[in-house]
Design a protein around this ligand. Structure first.
Ligand SMILES: [Zn+2]
Length: 212
């Protein structure tokens, strides 16, 4: 029996399939996910990230973190310690963040697998275009929530699926490293089942805060 890799319920239905991949929707948490049998092998996945992902999104990633820090500084003016989870920012782009007094640690399962960083807690965690790559979203979610300090902020960039009716034509699913897709109600479900408050979930941006 197939079950949802985020909430583990088995109330799922198929939303789309082509010759290569089958996609299912969970009726409980609204996650849309690729059938696990279609995942790329880790070596192929790493090669793809190395070739296209790392350099291509550096500017956007730096902008995402800079905007997040600006927003958080309007709420609390102290220096912040954060974790950039899943996609590493190049050292040169880290510099302005450090010069502003903040500390940003970085974890990437392929290029910076520093697992000890995941056992600490942070004022904020940023996940830029990371959630769609999760093979085991429940496990990653648990790690992220535990690594947030009480009152800490979680900022996620991932294109939200507005309705499964548009899934067949949604180009975002065509990248074979994209395997987990979220609807706004998926994050409402996660907030309701974790100690987090959902502040914002629109287009491709999600902001949550852990209860203090
Ligand atoms: Zn689910």
């Amino acid at each position: 029996m197939q079950h949802c890799p985020l909430c583990y319920h088995d109330n799922i239905s198929q939303v789309f399939d082509n010759r290569r991949r089958h996609f299912f929707e969970c009726q409980t948490c609204a996650l849309v996910f690729a059938a696990p049998g279609s995942y790329l092998l880790p070596a192929a996945e790493k090669q793809r990230y190395g070739r296209a992902g790392r350099d291509g999104k550096q500017k956007q990633l730096a902008q995402f973190i800079a905007t997040l820090l600006q927003q958080l500084q309007t709420l609390q003016s102290n220096a912040l310690e954060g974790l950039n989870f899943g996609r590493v920012l190049a050292p040169a782009l880290l510099l302005p963040i450090q010069q502003a007094g903040h500390q940003l640690h970085q974890y990437d399962p392929f290029f910076a697998p520093e697992h000890q960083l995941l056992r600490r807690q942070y004022d904020f965690i940023s996940c830029y275009r990371v959630f769609e790559h999760f093979h085991l979203p429940a496990k990653e979610w648990q790690i992220i929530v535990q690594a947030l300090k009480p009152g800490g902020w979680l900022a996620i960039s991932t294109p939200l699926l507005q309705s499964t009716a548009m899934f067949a034509k949604w180009h975002y699913k065509n990248n074979p490293t994209h395997v987990s897709f979220y609807q706004p109600q998926t994050f409402a479900y996660l907030a309701a089942h974790s100690c987090l408050q959902l502040i914002f979930a629109q287009k491709d941006f999600v902001l949550m805060q852990k209860a203090s």
